[in-house]
Design a protein around this ligand. Structure first.
Ligand SMILES: [Cu+2]
Length: 169
């Protein structure tokens, strides 16, 4: 009777896969958000540079981003194929246990749709990030020129995974 044994084997494999996949009953995400900056609006859109780090042992997902100073905040992914950049809107973004997700121009990014007149260089606004498991996180976002945005992003890239935490100035 090979079939019952096969079913048993499949059930065992399924349980094993669930274990390996993380998200065990004890695993909790522990999220921090690094220093956030937005570019001055260009053609009705503004990009936000920020890192979200999961210091916990449970996975989480970014499921929404909101601000009072723009019509909407979209989760975007820019990909280059055949020399052309295309931008896809994502519904959610994984923030796996122990990993840092970076939002940068030209890759995964947050985009303000139709930011209002308060989004000018030198200004700040609040951005609220919502997650599948963790509490919402609200962070101050500094508005800078696009060129400064990219430079500061590169500087933080050099600083390593544990730099640029919530207490970085
Ligand atoms: Cu975009």
């Amino acid at each position: 009777m090979p079939r019952p044994r096969l079913l048993l084997l499949l059930a065992a494999l399924g349980a094993l896969a669930a274990l390996i996949g993380g998200c065990g009953p004890g695993g909790e995400p522990d999220l921090t958000v690094g220093r956030a900056q937005a570019s001055v609006p260009i053609a009705g859109a503004s990009q936000v540079v920020v890192d979200v780090t999961n210091h916990g042992d449970g996975d989480d997902r970014l499921i929404d981003a909101e601000t009072d100073v723009a019509l909407d905040v979209e989760l975007h992914l820019t990909e280059i194929a055949d020399g052309r950049a295309t931008m896809t809107t994502l519904q959610e973004i994984d923030v796996p246990a122990g990993e840092r997700v970076r939002f940068r121009p030209g890759a995964l990014h947050l985009m303000l749709v139709l930011p209002d007149e308060t989004v000018v260089a030198g200004g700040t606004f609040e951005l609220r990030l919502s997650f599948a498991r963790s509490e919402d996180l609200t962070v101050p976002v500094e508005v800078v020129d696009l060129l400064d945005l990219v430079e500061s992003a590169d500087a933080e890239d050099d600083a390593g995974p544990d730099a640029g935490g919530t207490d970085a100035g």
